[in-house]
Design a protein around this ligand. Structure first.
Ligand code: DOR
Ligand code: ZN
Length: 421
């Protein structure tokens, strides 16, 4: 019996044409007038934006002993509800993903519980067996902590240089958390921003460039200022988060650790300047880093850094599209095509052969309400901002999220190119 076919009718394509899109066996089968065969379900997309679903290449899905913050079941629902069908999980878990058996266990955990597709990165420490992690299926290496952060110890410049040599020999991608931590107290958002300064971030980017004597392919995570974006774009691909684009530290009371994150939220002036570098930003990724509300309410110096955001990333950008602040093709490029290309996974799209992951958005924004989000952490520093949430999300040609209801479709594990089963 043939696999079920899903037909999206009246899809407005980039360029202004309208077409019907038929999806079967995880791919787009046909795009044109009418269905390319018998339809098992038909969805009328009149009046909706139909976007290739997003690949969020920077999430911390937690799990294990950190399941009170998030786990694959809740984190993947949060991803789907925000139009993200593929996540790249970061390795600063407990235990960290720095041994092949830990990577294999992490893949199994995600295969068992995740409703969205996923890939897993290898950590990078002085003694991580880079080649074995590559063989075990790591998608990329990092985020490599070039400054300490939550559950991430910093690597020295010498160790980074040797690690980049090994990663480069595998033909793999190194992703870098570039920051510099200066002396001083960390008592509030202002001092947090001072010790992890904008100048320090820029110096760290340049230092990483100097350490890359091997010419390894680099990706700079969560760059928080215009100057860092410009400097990093000369060395590799550049990622920026929604929190650095849509939030500034002045939005929060100074001791409110809900806004504590590494790199820190900057001033409103820095936030505005960051938008000027929009064209140099390769990828928008969330750095979804959930912590429990109780942890975030601790005294500022003890509160962990991190902001949840996988579910609000595309919705915030779609509201910016409605406000004509950014274009729809730019959002598609930076949230879906560019990350897929960087990671070497099939692109989602509306052309025959494309990965059949799409999300359908209404043309109306709502205010973000943390109570209606799906992350276990239950809070959002984006509360109240305008956002456009998808009405329906399709993974591999199957509807997996519709009006707040989730169905388990066929999520995949994307192994890195070095994977030897
Ligand atoms: O604020 C952050 N939190 N920055 C990171 O780089 C790590 C993350 C986390 O895992 O909590
Ligand atoms: Zn980071």
């Amino acid at each position: 019996m043939a696999a079920p076919a899903l037909v999206l009718r009246n899809v407005l394509l980039p360029g202004g044409r309208t077409a019907d899109i038929t999806m079967q066996e995880g791919k787009v089968l046909h795009a044109g007038a009418g269905a390319g065969g018998k339809a098992d379900r038909t969805i009328d997309c009149t009046g909706l934006y139909v976007l290739p679903a997003a690949v969020d290449m920077h999430v911390h899905m937690r799990g294990g002993p950190q399941s009170a913050k998030e786990d694959w079941a809740t984190g993947s629902r949060s991803a789907l509800a925000g139009g993200v069908t593929v996540v790249l999980d970061q390795p600063n878990t407990i235990p960290p993903i720095i041994r092949p058996d830990a990577l294999r266990a992490r893949v199994l955990e995600a295969k068992t519980h995740s409703l969205c597709s996923f890939a897993i990165n290898s950590g990078v420490t002085q003694d991580t067996p880079i080649r074995s992690m590559w063989d075990a299926g790591a998608m990329a290496f990092g985020e490599t902590f070039f400054a300490p952060s939550s559950n991430g110890e910093a690597i020295t410049p010498g160790d980074l240089e040797s690690a980049l040599r090994e990663i480069s020999a595998c033909g793999a991608l190194a992703t870098i958390h570039a920051e510099e931590v200066g002396p001083g107290d960390d008592n509030d958002l202002a001092s947090h921003n001072r010790i992890r300064s904008v100048e320090g971030e820029l110096r760290a980017v340049r230092e990483v460039g100097r350490c890359n004597t091997a010419g390894c392919r680099l990706h700079f995570c969560h760059m928080s200022t215009r100057n860092s974006v410009i400097a990093a774009s000369a060395l590799g691909s550049v990622e920026v988060t929604p929190h650095h684009l849509f939030l500034s530290r002045e939005r929060f009371a100074d001791t409110d650790a809900l806004g504590k994150v590494n790199p820190p939220l900057r001033s409103g002036k820095e936030q505005n300047d960051l938008w000027e570098a929009w064209d140099k930003i390769t990828v928008i990724a969330s750095d979804h880093a959930p912590h429990t509300p109780a942890e975030k309410r601790a005294a500022f110096p003890d509160a962990p850094a991190g902001i949840p955001g996988v579910e609000t990333m595309v919705p915030l950008l779609m509201a910016a599209v409605l406000e004509k602040r950014v274009t729809l093709p730019d959002v598609i490029r930076k949230t879906s095509q560019a990350p897929a290309e960087i990671l070497g996974i099939p692109c989602a799209g509306l052309d025959p052969g494309d990965r059949a992951d799409v999300a359908l958005y209404p043309k109306k924004a709502v205010a973000i309400d943390p109570d209606s989000l799906h992350s276990r952490c239950g809070f959002s520093p984006f509360s109240g901002l305008p956002a456009v949430f998808p009405r329906m999300v399709i993974l591999g040609g199957e509807v997996v999220c519709e009006e707040g209801e989730f169905t388990c479709g066929s999520p995949q594990w994307f192994a890195g190119k070095g994977y030897c089963p």
